[in-house]
Design a protein around this ligand. Sequence first.
Ligand SMILES: [Zn+2]
Length: 435
Amino acid sequence: MTNSVPRLLIKNGTLIDGSGRDPVTNTLIVVEGNRISHVGGAAGSVRPETPDDTVIEAAGKFILPGLVDAHCHISLHQGALPGAKYTSSAEFCTLWASHAIGRILRAGVTSIAVPGGKWFTDVTVREAVDGGLLEGPRMVVAGRALSTYGGIFDPDPYPAYEGTPADAAGILCNTRDEFIRETRKQCKRGVDLIKIADSTWGDIQTVADDEIAAVVEEAHRHNVKVAIHSRGSTSTRASAKADVDLIYHGDWADEDDLDIIAKAGMPIAPVLTSPWIGVEHGAAGRGFGDRVRDRLRAQLDTSFQMIRNARDRGIPILSGSDTGNASAFSHGKWHGKEAELFVKEIGMTPMEAIVANTSSNAAIVNLAGEVGVIAPGRLADIVIWDNDPLADITVLQRPTEISLIIKDGRIVDRTDGGFRQLSEEPPRARMFLAG
Ligand SMILES: [Zn+2]
């Protein structure tokens, strides 16, 4: 043994590398330590196999980068747990989030952006993953979402006269100074991302233009990104002008708004999966009436057209599922759904949808050039699938069709670590409407 760095050799599989390049059959991929050192044929530059190498035979299988989900929550909604008195406590949220990240990783998702959660749970869980205490995806996380009276995070259970309780997922900011103060507080505590939240449906703009701009200026001075829940035309336009890093939703952005976004250069993550779940699965019994469902259906149609218009302008379209937003959005279940909607409803090719779920999402998790593409020098986040997602994009929704997950050069233990499968859907679970 001349080299002590552990080596993984993945042989004979079909590589779909995440860059959009055509698939390559019969590849050899070599991982040394936590990085990819070789991709291609069995060239002479590769050191001969030794008994110390881990050799993975991937003939007939499909090798992709680990998926990147640009919109996951891990502590925003806590499921039911018999015997737990207060599932919104910081203690319970931390346990819940620690459980959730394992399920996300075992679905082939090796990086996530977490745009909003409770307490500073998500910061702590990210630190625990980074420090090796927990196994989970790479994470960039926000704190509580910054919202005004009447914004999506100031919903009916928290009427304005009460303010937001300490365990709410949003924090009320009603003046420019309050937005700046909360941004500073969250930056100090170690967030990667500030989440601003405008109105639920986008029919009114609840956060003023100068408040959005003030948050962006403050956060960027701390090297922290800003994402906004913005469905309306004027809030989306103001976000583009303020140079936010990512616009979630953007449903009502018209052609002029999209021109401004295209010029400003930020991506849009439409997050079609959550309203789709609401329409398809948000039936009675989940506090979700016909009127809301009809409105979500109309909202989806608006979003589909907006995204087609955005795509025509070359605006990057990111893929995010809103997993964990509500009890129906189970961790590990829906991360690949957005890709299917991109293909079936927007008209992307399966390859474009794969790129949207891999390399296009790398920048929002602060890992541009590091993850999302399988190439020499990149971090070794790799998923080997049994079936071809280019032939059937819904493969990405089926973790049962994963043969191996590698994160940071290590093979992920795909047993559930002894965690029980929890009841996800208490009888009167609220649907948060895609915050
Ligand atoms: Zn969300």
